[in-house]
Design a binder for this molecule. Sequence first.
Ligand code: ZN
Ligand code: ZN
Ligand code: FE
Length: 792
Amino acid sequence: MKSLKIEVFGRVQSVGFRPFIYNLAKKFNLRGYVKNKTSCVEIVVQGSNNNLSKFIVAIKTQTPQLALIEEIRYSQEKVTDIFSSFSIFESEDTETFFLYVPADIKICKDCLKELFNLEDRRYFYPFINCTQCGPRFTIIEKLPYDRVNTTMKEFKMCYECKKEYDDPANRRFHAQPNACYECGPGLNVFNNKGEVIFELTKSYQDTKNVVNFIVEKILEGKILAIKSYGGYHIVCDATNDDVVYELRKRKYREHKPFALMASSLEIIEKYCIVSNFEKEILHSIESPIILLEKKQITNSYYNISKYVSKKSKYYGFMLPYTPLQYLIFEQLKKIKDIPLIMTSGNLSDEPQSYQDDEVQQKLKDVVDYFVKYNRKINIRCDDSVVIGFDKNIYFIRRSRGWSPEPIFLNYRYRKQILSFGADLKNTFCLAKDNYAILSHHIGDIINLETISSYMDSIEYYLKTFSFKPEVLAYDLHPLYNTAKIAKEYANKNDLLEVCIQHHYAHMVSCMIENNIKDKCLGVIFDGTGYGLDGKIWGGEFLIGDFCSFQRKAYFGYFNILSTDIGIKQPYRNLLIFLYDKYKDVKLIKKIWQKINNNNTDKCPYSLEELLETTKFLLENNINIIKTSSVGRVYDLVALMCFLGLYNHYEGQLPQLLENECNIGKLANFDDVEFYDYKIFITDGVYTVDTEYLLKNVFEDIFFKNQKVEVVSTKFHWTIAKISVDIILKLCNEYNIKKVVLSGGVFQNKVLLTLIYTLAKCSKFEVFWHRKVPCNDGGISLGQTVIADNKIK
Ligand code: ZN
Ligand code: ZN
Ligand code: FE
């Protein structure tokens, strides 16, 4: 007889891994034990050589669906204890190097079957779950992941549930949130005055009443806040113009598209074009919101209200992922199988509400009813947002379903690094050994609410992952809140700190996740990032590796307002451009009139007022800054195309410009039209003459009355061609073959496609993001790698 100790690392806790091992051991007649350690699952087995080998093979080949084995370590154990059977031991609380917190996962097929099985004791139970599904990250208070360390600790399991929980052969063996009508959480409903409409549900009948009530109110045109895994959603009928308009008014959110949820793929396909790969994403266990192209005609099925996503080319759709969402749609579709709005329950610019008292206070003027439950959410986690690109998931927001699971890298950190990310679309990142834990989406760190949520989240992660940062990394921008917080933190805890240029961090994020370690070229097109020369960068061609970078080309500087007003009201930047370029007040007046006549957006100021300010600021060089930002170039071109006067949310105008673009089938490049452009070289650095390009676009529209669709398409092709032009020059000069594309502008699928297509005919290889977003949500990953290389 032989004894063997096996340690399994990876996603092996709370995914049914121990019962899997237990059953295997029984099958191969092995004795010993399995237990969770904080870093791994430890197995000791005794038995014949032959059976031990079969056992090891089976661990690798029959792994449960949710498990992900990263590494298996073996050691021969001296036989001191002889085991008489195989058992599952309690978790051990020892501090080691790897801690794993599983993400929240959509309800699984087995649980779904039970949910709608009349005979099952959990028929219609909104909190049904098992080891393969349900909430995890959002209910965990600390590790190891055992019931006593979750918000389920308040619920004492009944006899039946406990039996399942203790039975290694049961699929609910150690399913931490295991519960039923008798012992688990229930739903309750309140109106917006805080009065109870339904007491906590305890039975099928109670639940049925609540679900019927929800559906009835939705169809009556009411707005509800409904608690989900990671926070509250605001829910209403997406096909009812009046209620969607009312929601926009109540939420003070006039423009940003609302996310949608539908009962099935078939319903989504009535409104959107869905590729096979996109279907896979919709049905995946992570169940994110996916941006899908709208269909032209909606087959006269119930029309989605025009107020859902006014001008966008896409709808953001997801399928139900909690049992309660399934119950609601099951009832709803019997009457009217319509999509529902399922948007984050927050006030503008604030984080999503997730605490039951807080939500009642915050959303009382937005919703009519609150559907709550008494299982607490320990930490908020928004829905993820993705698009499908070239058979890859392309993240816009990486959160529920993925966070906070580690991203394993082919790179070994020397130190424990904590990076603070950027101020917008923030995520922060903990990194050590060969993995990085990117936080869930925190949001924009721009007001007291978000700053405090940000700091709480960092504390929570450090505690939960027993993480002791040795080095801190943050953005170079002197006015970033995240940078200020990081510096204070470094001072207080006497830690090493590294401050990192924004676009370099974008570039390294994309390098590390594509496993590129050698010198490469980063094409970083972005909104705003603080440059090494104190100017606003955002149209950058950087050559570098993990240790350093050089700026080898950029979009030549043009003037914009130095404050954020210019981003939200880009017409001010357009006036700066026009005045700078033409100095002809008569001409500007004509243009301004045309822009205003062709716009639904209205400007509250007279042109005289605006021009006077513009002149004053330019002549005295006050509040004016130079920028190379491609995001701002997009703003200006969108404005010239009469697509609006404001960016009501980040990237609105650039998105509208992308929508106008028509690149056809990309089969024939001969008919492609470009704007004329100029590239200069000084001291080995290339600059694009941005103002010359803008002037050509401008004159095409205003002097030649070119159609918007043509302008947008020509403009996109031109940006792609300029990029490839410069890429070819730099790759030749510096003998580089790999190019990474990053920065918020690359959320633009058209531009990404064009550069990718042009690159296919060239000698260089193009890489884009696959694991983290190209926007500022992915920056913290790059920061960790750069910091690790700065401090050796
Ligand atoms: Zn399940
Ligand atoms: Zn129970
Ligand atoms: Fe950025």
